[in-house]
Design a binder for this molecule. Structure first.
Ligand code: SF4
Length: 376
């Protein structure tokens, strides 16, 4: 089995914890950071998937650029030792503006990183402060300048909308400010209040109020107007890019392909060594807490927190749920979608079928989850 594959590396550290965040990330310092870096490299060295070529490598987190240049480059070099790159492989790192550093970005570029995804979130300091972000708006502009000077010509920015107190005008201003930086890609996230976060507690007390639903819909729709004018097209429900600059790594997820994963809490989906007629793949999640993960790697005990055999029927459902998010849509014939299931959706104006591909209409994008639920 030597098919090229996507590879995800999870770096679980951040400068501080944002109020809305429920990702596997920790505001930790000291020896645990280097210990985790060493454990990730060890996990890669002991991996059963040596030799699988990497078509994409994605360092996510957490904040990968929280690490020093030596730590980041060291992990990438270890990946490359065991996973040869395909031609035109995409190598991304997430980066937070507060951690942008010229020598670090230069070393990363030299080592092979060719794409940065910068967590801008907002160009208003008041929003950033409320979100608990560790950077200020001026640092976003500086981070982009540093990235360009280091030789990165493929940059993505993350922005968040539906923030407490945010108006449609302020959101429009944010989009404009992002476009002035001429990124190749933009990811847009609607703020969701996750359980057990400080934001959830504020919302329960009634001190965190998001814009009303219609305003959120208007914010979402405004993205097309502003971004299309700037030359970016929506290729996924929350992602825009210039032509040919779609995130290749995330496309692997949405297209239901395999992906390998290393690092604390990293989730991978891969072909089983002994597939059965009903199931070919397995999903695994590494131990989430950095210390527990390090101990498992160091002691060569089981590093998986959980794993799940994915029945082909489950994979089909996931392919529909993820694939319908893409502007390219899903193959109606390959996924054996019953035409009679489509009629009510077509009548509502939520989906259309073009050359056997089923995709959401602009109106249908607001009902993506409902569409997926009906289809499956
Ligand atoms: S920077 Fe990202 S991963 Fe880190 S705490 Fe904030 S939202 Fe979570």
């Amino acid at each position: 089995m030597n098919q090229p594959v996507a590879i995800y590396i999870h770096i679980p550290f951040c400068i501080s914890k944002c109020g809305y965040c429920d990702f596997n990330s920790y505001a930790m310092r000291g020896e645990i950071v280097q210990r985790t870096v060493d454990a990730i490299k060890q996990e890669i060295r002991k991996s059963p998937w040596h030799g699988r070529p990497a078509k994409t490598i994605f360092f996510g987190g957490g904040t990968p650029t929280f690490l020093s240049k030596e730590q980041l480059v060291g992990i990438l070099q270890t990946v490359l030792e065991f996973h040869p790159l395909t031609e035109d492989a995409e190598i991304t790192s997430e980066a937070n503006p507060g951690t942008a550093d010229a020598t670090k970005f230069e070393a990363m570029r030299k080592a092979g990183f060719n794409r940065l995804s910068i967590g801008a979130q907002s160009f208003l300091d008041s929003d950033l402060h409320r979100l608990g972000r560790a950077h200020r708006a001026t640092e976003i502009v500086k981070a982009v300048e540093i990235a360009h000077s280091a030789g990165f010509d493929n940059l993505s920015l993350d922005l968040m909308f539906a923030l407490p107190g945010q108006t449609i005008e302020a959101w429009g201003e944010n989009l404009q400010r992002a476009m002035e930086l001429e990124p190749q890609h933009l990811s847009l996230y609607c703020l969701t209040i996750e359980p057990d976060t400080p934001f959830a507690r504020l919302a329960e007390r009634g001190t965190l109020v998001q814009p009303e639903e219609q305003q959120q819909v208007d914010m979402y729709d405004l993205c097309d107007t502003v971004l299309n004018k700037a030359g970016l097209e929506r290729y996924e429900i929350s992602n825009f890019s210039r032509e040919g600059r779609e995130c290749q790594h995330n496309l692997c997820y949405w297209r239901g392909e395999e992906y390998l994963a290393y690092g604390p809490g990293a989730v991978g989906v891969t072909e089983q060594t002994n597939p059965t007629p009903q199931s070919r793949r397995i999903r695994y999640t590494n131990l989430k807490a950095p210390r527990a993960y390090c101990e498992a790697i160091e002691n060569e005990t089981d590093r998986w927190q959980e794993s799940e055999i994915l029945l082909d029927a489950t994979l089909k459902i996931e392919k529909i749920m993820l694939g319908i998010r893409l502007t390219e849509g899903i193959d109606v014939k390959k996924l054996e979608i019953e035409p009679r299931n489509l009629d009510p959706l077509i009548q509502k104006g939520w989906v259309e079928v073009v050359q056997d591909r089923l995709r959401l209409t602009p109106q249908g994008r607001h009902f993506c989850n409902d569409v997926a639920a009906i289809l499956i």
